[in-house]
Design a protein around this ligand. Structure first.
Ligand code: SF4
Ligand code: SF4
Length: 399
């Protein structure tokens, strides 16, 4: 069987700096053409971790762990003699959040100890991207350094995601858009399937040279912010982010083609989507798979999506995924982070309580992504419940 992409899976059980460095090095040494990437005058290296939360520390498994970022800084400085930059824009739209995320993730210590430069994408110079290929996002702003760097390395965290089901290599590139730009992405792409296409537009523009996933401890259940940490014990690396998403999502029990971002990126020719055409090095998927990893969607939904043709796929995905936000009063601390983060002003306060205007809510999960108290409940539409119920009745539910 002809293989077109390589993904390296390396075991790594904990965030011990030596173990992580060794795992990252082992993974990268198996990646196609890594020596060429290092020796080809690629001196300005941008590391793009996932810094979703401005308040939750590394132990909560929301953001990429600093020990993994440190290992990559060390690797590129030692092996490639590179000047390393670390940059992102965090998930909160509030001003100052990205710098807070940098500190709470302890990347300030990494930068201080190694001399790596920190770039806050909300404040850095931006470039205007204009797409001509009938994209969902015809124009958007992104951090200028993404185009200035010789090498862009994406460092996603392995997590579930209520809106996109899974977040990995493709989804991680959303962070190159500065805070207010992210708001526009949600407004321009309000349906789940359209949002997935918008993410692929962004991924196409960034197209990292390399992706190294922090899958030592991932997040299961109600990701990307309110789920639970789950040990996976892996570093996963590859040049092709689509192929990496196929492998990583398979490890946690998804059918890769049921993940909209993976399917759309593959259809657009941005990477290899067929598992049979991916050369997996290091550990085998079946040895490291976690069948009981709690996903954010039902098995019925995954099963149906895996077999549905294009247009029906999008329809089914939208109906079975679209949800509106509700606030669970008993968990709510009235911090109002959600109110400030809603891109369409669907949240307000009445006598101190947070209320959601269901007519305005576009189900973007931006409130869920910033609530640190698991107080946001995303409720599927009645039609969505019927769809999932039918799938269960037809006995394609796992249980
Ligand atoms: S729902 Fe969460 S984010 Fe919103 S006010 Fe309550 S605790 Fe804060
Ligand atoms: S209420 Fe929450 S899910 Fe609804 S639009 Fe606002 S941020 Fe998005």
């Amino acid at each position: 069987m002809e293989t077109k992409a390589t993904v390296a899976i390396t075991r790594c059980q904990e965030y011990d700096p030596k173990q992580v460095y060794q795992a990252v090095k082992t993974s990268l040494e198996q990646v196609d053409g890594i020596h060429k990437l290092l020796s080809n005058g690629k001196k300005k290296v941008l590391l793009k971790p996932n810094l979703l939360s401005a308040s939750l520390g590394p132990e909560r498994a929301v953001n990429t762990h600093p020990v993994v970022v440190r290992a990559l800084v060390d690797f590129f400085q030692k092996e490639g003699g590179a000047e390393v930059y670390i940059g992102d824009s965090c998930g909160s739209l509030r001003s100052g959040s990205t710098n807070k995320a940098f500190k709470v993730t302890r990347l300030d210590e990494v930068a201080q100890e190694t001399g790596a430069h920190w770039i806050n994408f909300d404040q850095d110079k931006h470039i205007e991207i204009k797409k001509t290929n009938g994209a969902t996002l015809p124009t958007f702003k992104m951090a200028g350094i993404v185009k200035d760097a010789d090498l862009v390395v994406s460092i996603p965290k392995l997590k579930t995601h209520g809106l996109t089901k899974y977040t990995g290599a493709i989804k991680n590139t959303l962070g190159v858009i500065p805070a207010n730009g992210k708001k526009n992405v949600h407004v321009q792409a309000p349906k789940p399937s359209v949002f997935a296409r918008a993410l692929v537009d962004i991924y196409e523009e960034v197209k990292p040279h390399l992706t190294v996933m922090d899958a030592i401890v991932g997040m299961e259940g109600n990701g990307p912010n309110a789920g639970d940490p789950r040990k996976v014990g892996l570093i996963i690396a590859g040049r092709d982010g689509v192929a990496l998403d196929v492998v990583a999502s398979k490890i946690i029990g998804y059918e890769p083609m049921s993940i909209p971002t993976t399917q759309y990126a593959w259809e657009r020719g941005l990477g290899v989507g067929e598992l049979s055409k991916i050369r997996v090095l290091g550990a085998e998927i079946k040895e490291v798979a976690i069948p009981d990893f709690k996903r954010s969607s039902s098995f019925a939904q995954d099963f149906a999506l895996n077999f549905l043709p294009g247009a029906v796929f999008a329809k089914f995905f939208d109906i079975s995924t679209t949800a509106t936000s509700s606030v669970c009063e008993s968990n709510c601390t009235r911090c109002y982070a959600c109110v400030k983060n809603c891109p369409v002003g669907a949240m307000s306060t009445v006598e101190g309580r947070v209320v959601v205007d269901k007519e305005k809510c576009i189900g973007c999960y931006c409130c869920d992504e910033v609530c640190d108290y698991k107080a946001i409940e995303m409720k599927r539409s009645p039609m969505g419940e019927v769809f999932v119920g039918i799938a269960k009745f037809l006995r394609i539910e796992k249980t």
